[in-house]
Design a protein around this ligand. Sequence first.
Ligand code: NAD
Length: 502
Amino acid sequence: MTKGMMAREYQNYIDGKWVGARSGRTFENRNPARYHEVIGTFPLSGKDDVDEAVGAARQAFESWRLVPAPKRGDILKRVGDLLTARKEEIARQMTREMGKVLLETRGDVQEGVDTAYYAASEGRRLFGHTVPSELPNKLNMALRVPVGVAAMITPWNFPMAIPTWKIFPALLCGNTVVFKPASDTPATAATLVEILLEAGVPPGVVNLVNGGGSEVGAALVEHPDVDLVSFTGSTQVGKRISEVAGRTLKRVSLELGGKNAQIVMEDANLELALEGVLWGAFGTTGQRCTATSRLILHEKVYDTFVPRVVRHAERLRLGDGLEAGVDVGPCINESQRRIVEEYVRIGVAEGAEVLTGGKAPEGDGLSKGWFYEPTVLGGVTPAMRVAREEIFGPVLSVIRVTSLEEAIAVANNTAYGLSSSIYTQDINRAYEAIRDIRAGITYINSPTIGAEAHMPFGGVRETGNGHREGGWTVYDFYTEWKTVYVDYSGRLQRAQIDNAEK
Ligand code: NAD
């Protein structure tokens, strides 16, 4: 720890109380831009703590589900107000905790604000259906009811936005929550829980359990009293969760990895495409599930466009995201930086050329953080691993193509299908791309990143299992349909039989 700097002791929040782990064990969280700086210590929880949290959530469900949805919405409206009031403070805490620059951490908090207000308004909708009956004097309807106890398992790259995408709609629908944040961003998670409580969420309705994925996360997924799991993270862990949760028939939403491509055609506005690729590839140090990891370039612009990308990537300033003028923060931790280094080595071994970057920077105080230079790999071919696998770091693989068809085929040549982008001025090409790119999200003339809170978010193939977060669609995940038939005929009416007999 830096001399003179006190690390805060954080706790779990279970059944209306802030408590340590039953075991008494803790773990540290450090600033990735200055790894000697300890942000706080957190409970290293285990199965006992999970059992207690799930029990509390189960009990609280019986009263929370009966609170009218507009009232639950009022609480979420207050959550949005409190997040707004504390936006700058939370953004600073988040930058210290996970490294992305203040401009981006402010955006992360704002996404939580937008999600809160959207959820609040949904409290006065949560529409069901009324449907005519096939029989006289009978009314059919389908209502939304909550599912039960929801386990939320989240990654570190959007420490506020992603938990809010899950927790706010879940609560609005009347579910109770056990929240297991990533071990790299537990402080932002604690702040979110504090705000939920201040806004009026009753004891037991939200529970926070810190700790490792293979202990706390796995115990939640296995727990027989957890009804649904919403997970965002790697495809590898997502597959495991899906298998285990399948044994107890839990409802599971998976938002997993990506290998997103930006296509630039020869007719594109190249200035715009340049800005887009720099923001998409190096924003959040490339550690977004929607990061632009591949630039698919038409051969007619390849030789002029690539040097411009390289020149601008070299101008990006690395550093502590709290400092003005810094464009790119560190990787989240040592092991993530090692993965990035390894992928660059793999790319070079496969025949790619490092056009810029390709190493950790030296000097200027950067050696005290997990920094890696913005890297552009040229001469990448579609079969290379750096063209197909998620790297999750500031590395852009550039691939040359000769036509739109080839560009789309290359874009689709990965197991993932989250985000995608095409820059072209030709409306026919844009619509062909919308039709043929296999991805949950396609941007026309904007980068692969930049989701809006009121739109469905998610991907196809190994990016997920068909659910979406955000927008109106997420409310389907957090509710069950209850079908109701009201027969006011005063006699026995037999569906499929009485009608057919007449
Ligand atoms: P990760 O899969 O390592 O961890 C995610 C969460 O799962 C953490 O809270 C972790 O503790 C927990 N976990 C780990 N093992 C577990 C287990 N066996 N059972 C239950 N929980 C377990 O991912 P990460 O490194 O935190 O995040 C990076 C990954 O997340 C990338 O692949 C990225 O693409 C993906 N991601 C996807 C989206 C999306 O919406 N599609 C958004 C952000 C990040």
